[in-house]
Write a protein that binds this ligand. Sequence first.
Ligand code: ADP
Ligand code: ADP
Length: 236
Amino acid sequence: EIKIQMRGIAKVFETDELETHALKNIDLTIYAGDYVSISGPSGCGKSTLLSILGLLDMPSGGEYTIEGVNVTELSLDQAAEIRNAKIGFIFQSFNLIDELSVFDNVALPLRYSSEKMSEQAITERVNECLQAVDMTHRTGHKPNQLSGGQQQRIAIARALVAKPAILLVDEPTGNLDSKSGDQVMDTLEQLNKNGTTICMVTHDPRYANMADIQLKLLDGSILTTPVPGASIKEAV
Ligand code: ADP
Ligand code: ADP
């Protein structure tokens, strides 16, 4: 099953007389269960690609489908709706809400979903996700009572709660010490083993190497295009 398909995606930024070709002719296919990393030097287009993948920005050209739905030319409202339904985001800064408990942070996407769920169904789903990140013992805590690594695992649970088609992960360990960073990477690896589709952007080669499909961006183009689903660990 194809989760994500991009064909010939381009992004041009125009500022004053300057044109920046941030992405050039990107072809990308992500299958259910894939763990993809996208790495490359500063300015190569990683953030731009992640923004387009996450429907935070629209491409200048090319075609993009998520679970078979063409999302190339959506209005902002339509993009927001598909984003909420199909994309789970994990950021470098955890973006949790300090005033809410761990439980309520994770429940938030369900409470704002267009499909109304019963409180009991919400409780079951939230606990399922907290279990998946090994954080069931902290449901009543506030985010600032947790370590950075624990906060990131809560953010992962929140990203999973609405059963997205794909997790988009942006520098997940950027704000963490190496021990907590390793724990967060272990959590992502475990989720992927259990079937979660992941696309992670990182400049850290050590973490990029943990993915099964490792793409390198350089100057807006993908350098290696491996056979979908195949591991290219040997080629790095
Ligand atoms: P990375 O995330 O790999 O560091 P970016 O995607 O942020 O790279 O940037 C890719 C290129 O696009 C860079 O040359 C950057 O300066 C340019 N760029 C990114 N966003 C904008 C923008 N909003 N306006 C103009 N240029 C931009
Ligand atoms: P982990 O390795 O699971 O991320 P740590 O080893 O960093 O956790 O933290 C150990 C314990 O200290 C945890 O139970 C955590 O809840 C607690 N803790 C860490 N940081 C803080 C903090 N800023 N305020 C309160 N408790 C904290």
